[in-house]
Ligand binder design. Structure first.
Ligand SMILES: Nc1ncnc2c1ncn2[C@@H]1O[C@H](COP(=O)(O)OP(=O)(O)OP(=O)(O)O)[C@@H](O)[C@H]1O
Length: 596
């Protein structure tokens, strides 16, 4: 944390406050600054009330009472107003910050960062700290106002006796200790991020219907709960100990302050006894001593809040740096995505390792998919098929090597523009719990209301029969979470497939085991349909890539690639691979025998 982080965040949050409501921001600013003079004004008036009464000056007494009342009333009313308005602004600043964080993370191309534990930890620390961030600007304004107020109180104290200025210095040791207390708390909060993320995940497992079924059968619920509770207790314990350590130091410093305050009162008593101070001065000291303590405490809290905002701002700074370094602010397109493919897609010496690992999942893959062709990808579990699909969509980028689209590196295309011409269904598809029309239409958001297209997609995915059985057809709410109709896993998969078929003019159709829950004949029929559509879309040069463990389906593809441990083990047409007599031929014959 640096002073620069704190200042930058204070300026940024005040700018957000202005953006949220200009007039209220200025009004609150004026009220906060007014507070500085009102405390001294009240004490000053009290002194004159006593001195005027002592001297039997009725006019002076009335004027001092009126001034004191006005000053005190403005102080209380101003504080109430500014406090409520500031809370409202703070909520709006916090919302704007949350939005900024989400948008910054969403602008980072690929999803690689979402699979990095350090990124997820940072984002969690940042999101847990948005309240602290949102307070930074107004805390800084409040600190300035109270410091001015302390200055005015001191000026009045010095007027009675210069030694009384020491009362202001007596609070100084509290400042670093209060700062230390918030630092310890923030460090504890940051240190508990990972255990609390684990705890949340474990509890979600028990509350989410899909994993909850397996947990029920395995009888692991109580154990998971115990484990989650232990993680929570560990985190709560760490935070509580940090709070106690912080408070311990502060108590000592406040004790010192009260010793000094007693000394100030004693000194004023002595001055009064010697006739060097008036009764009004004694009242002034008593009043200011109370006010000064409140002002000092307020200034210390405000400064500690600004410092805490600076600590969280360090995570904010990290996120902006990460986003900038990873292309979130790069000019959108260096090369426009073609409207049609003419040569096709080439993987040139592509290697890939998942973030945080060194193991190559794809190892020097060289492969050409001609425009207008269908590609079948086969290989045992873990061979790298889904990873290859993810690289083709731009969800991840090759660690080395390149993917060329009509000869242009995929990195040179705007990731969003490339994603807009890709479609398909992935292995871990979404079960969108919305009305059927939206669950399918979401595959092509601009056409979410195009009923004819939705019906066409459902029919191509063989899901029209499912909708016919639903009580309100396309308007039927899906999923139990909102009291809708529940589907079987295979039916959900057909809906997901229909969603993937919404983009009729896509250049790349990716099907990663899209029909694993369907019987082999249904999968065969569907892929026959897709292969035919690929051939029909010859003028767009669209490519279809299918991952499947069923050779009876894959054999229809124009080109087949066998992946083994991230490498291309064999490739060619079905006939070429059968003729080669390698692993593909063996596995094809084994499956053919099994289905005979
Ligand atoms: N998000 C990830 N982070 C780290 N490693 C991963 C990740 N996803 C997959 N892997 C690893 O990459 C390798 C290839 O996985 P991939 O999902 O591409 O295989 P696959 O051929 O599609 O397998 P399957 O037939 O089981 O779907 C596996 O060894 C897996 O452990």
């Amino acid at each position: 944390m640096t002073l620069r982080d704190s200042t930058r965040m204070a300026r940024h949050t005040l700018a957000l406050s202005l953006r949220a409501d200009r007039r209220v921001t200025f009004a609150v600013g004026a009220l906060v600054m007014l507070q500085a003079g009102l405390a001294a004004g009240t004490a000053h008036a009290q002194r004159h009330v006593v001195d005027a009464a002592d001297a039997h000056l009725l006019a002076g007494l009335l004027a001092a009472v009126a001034l004191g009342m006005l000053s005190h009333a403005l102080q209380i009313i101003g504080w109430r107003f500014s406090h409520n308005l500031r809370n409202d602004l703070r909520d709006r600043i916090q919302m704007a910050l949350e939005q900024e964080i989400t948008e910054t993370a969403a602008r980072i191309p690929t999803v690689t960062h979402l699979e990095r534990a350090d990124f997820l930890n940072r984002i969690t620390m940042l999101r847990r700290g948005t309240l602290a961030l949102s307070k930074t600007g107004w805390a800084a304004a409040h600190a300035v106002s109270t410091l001015v107020g302390i200055g005015l109180s001191l000026w009045l104290l010095i007027g009675v006796h210069p030694a009384l200025a020491l009362l202001a210095l007596a609070a100084l040791p509290i400042l670093p200790l209060a700062n230390r207390a918030t630092r310890l708390q923030r460090e504890a909060l940051d240190a508990t991020v990972e255990p609390l993320r684990r705890e949340g995940l474990l509890h979600d497992l028990c509350l989410n219907p899909d994993p909850a079924k397996e947990i029920w059968i395995s009888g692991n619920g109580a154990e998971l709960d115990r484990h989650a509770r232990a993680l929570w207790e560990e985190a709560a314990d760490l935070e509580a100990r940090a709070r106690l350590r912080g408070i311990g130091g502060e108590i000592g410093a406040w004790a010192f302050y009260y010793v000094m305050l007693s000394g100030a009162l004693l000194l004023t008593g002595l001055l009064l006894a010697r006739g060097q101070a008036t009764l009004g001065d004694v009242v002034l000291i008593i009043s200011l001593a109370g006010q000064l303590r409140a002002q000092q405490q307020s200034a210390i809290s405000a400064i500690a809040l600004v410092a805490d905002g600076g600590r969280v701002a360090e995570h904010h700074h990290w996120l902006l740096g990460y986003a900038a370094a990873n292309g979130a602010h790069r000019p959108a397109t260096t090369s426009p995505v073609p409207a049609r493919l003419t040569t096709g897609i080439e993987l040139r010496d592509v290697c890939f390792a998942y973030p945080g690992t060194d193991t190559p999942v794809l190892d020097h893959v060289n492969l050409t998919i001609p425009a207008g062709a269908s590609l079948g990808l086969v290989g045992i579990n873990g061979a790298g098929k889904s990873t290859l699909i993810k690289l083709l969509t731009g969800v991840h980028r090759p660690t080395s090597g390149a993917i060329l689209v009509d000869g242009v590196d995929l990195r040179d295309h705007d990731p969003a523009a490339w994603a807009a011409v890709c479609t398909g269904t992935l292995q871990d598809f979404l079960k969108l719990q919305t009305p059927v029309s939206e669950s399918v239409g979401a595959g092509d958001l601009p056409r979410i209301g195009d009923t004819a297209r939705i019906e066409r997609a459902l029919s191509r995915a063989g899901a029209d029969g499912i909708v016919d059985l639903l009580p309100s057809g396309l308007r039927t709410q899906l999923g139990r979470t909102f009291g809708g109709a529940e589907l079987s896993h295979g039916q959900w998969q057909r809906i997901a497939l229909a969603r993937g078929l919404m983009r009729e003019a896509a250049l790349l159709l990716l099907l990663d085991e899209p029909t694993a829950a369907l019987d082999p004949q249904a999968e065969h029929d569907l892929f026959e349909l897709f292969a035919q559509q690929t051939r029909d879309s010859v003028e767009r040069g669209a490519i279809t890539v299918l991952v499947s463990h069923r050779f009876s389906t894959v054999h229809m593809a124009d080109h087949i690639v066998v992946l083994s441990q991230g490498r291309v083990a064999e490739q060619g047409s079905h006939d070429e691979l059968l003729g080669a007599g390698g692993d593909y031929a063996d596995l094809y014959r084994t499956q053919a025998l099994a289905y005979r």
